[in-house]
Design a binder for this molecule. Structure first.
Ligand SMILES: Nc1ncnc2c1ncn2[C@@H]1O[C@H](COP(=O)(O)OP(=O)(O)O)[C@@H](O)[C@H]1O
Ligand SMILES: [Mg+2]
Length: 217
């Protein structure tokens, strides 16, 4: 199975990836967990370029760098793993591109759909968990984690995180639009629930998915 996690920084993706991995492994599955951008030597270098807070990058260049990282990861790691029967859990995928570069930065959504298809080799996740959190709550989590005063622009944040509150509000609205367009693939979960509550919701949705997809095959 190919499972992706989406949501703004601080929503709890990494926390849930770890829990889900453990659960699937306990059920005897072979599980590979990855996060974008990155995952191959070239993709990790692209990650550094993208997140380094002093880099000034145009929106199109940013789009192509994220997509280049994705194409590397897809062809070298994810496609072979899926072919071997592994479950792949990926922290961020093309919905992030649509939400951040499309709704956040304002790039053309049809163009993004084409580039997303190219970079992902036409492969789509079986199921996507979107953890929904307001940018204000996300920032509060981030700063309480680091015990810092609350600010929407800070040396402590990476280049993407330093894009400001309104940018993150557009990104969140973008995620909601993506969800509306593909409710059969994407499951939205309230990120303010506790980690165990979110984990339980993920497992029950996965169970439903397995039951219905077995029925179809
Ligand atoms: N459901 C939750 N409720 C409260 N805090 C959470 C929850 N999930 C994660 N956190 C905390 O919020 C911060 C961000 O979580 P993380 O899993 O790293 O999010 P992401 O990977 O989406 O950026 C961490 O300090 C984490 O311990
Ligand atoms: Mg994370």
């Amino acid at each position: 199975m190919f499972i992706t996690f989406e949501g703004i920084d601080g929503a709890g993706k990494s926390t849930q990836v770890v829990k889900l991995k453990r659960h699937l492994q306990e059920r005897g599955r072979e599980v590979l967990t990855l996060r974008e951008p990155g995952g191959t030597p070239v993709a990790e270098q692209i990650r550094e370029l993208l997140l380094e807070s002093h880099n000034d990058i145009t929106s199109i260049a940013e789009l192509l760098l994220f997509s280049a990282s994705r194409a590397e990861l897809m062809e070298k790691i994810i496609m072979p793993a899926l072919e071997d029967g592994c479950d792949v859990i990926l922290d961020r995928f093309f919905d992030s591109t649509t939400a951040y570069q499309g709704y956040g930065r304002g790039l053309n959504l049809d163009m993004l759909a084409d580039i997303n298809r190219i970079a992902s080799h036409g492969i789509r996740p079986d199921i996507t968990f979107y953890l929904d959190l307001t940018p204000e709550d996300a920032l509060m989590r981030k700063f309480s984690e680091k015990s810092l005063p609350l600010a929407f622009e800070s040396e402590e944040l990476d280049r993407m995180e330093n894009s400001g509150l309104e940018f993150y509000q557009r990104v969140r609205a973008g995620y909601h639009a993506i969800l509306e367009a593909e409710p059969q693939r994407i499951v939205m979960i309230d990120a303010l629930l506790t980690p165990p509550e979110i984990h339980r919701k993920i497992l029950s949705n996965l169970h439903n998915f397995e039951v219905t997809s077995d029925g179809k095959n």
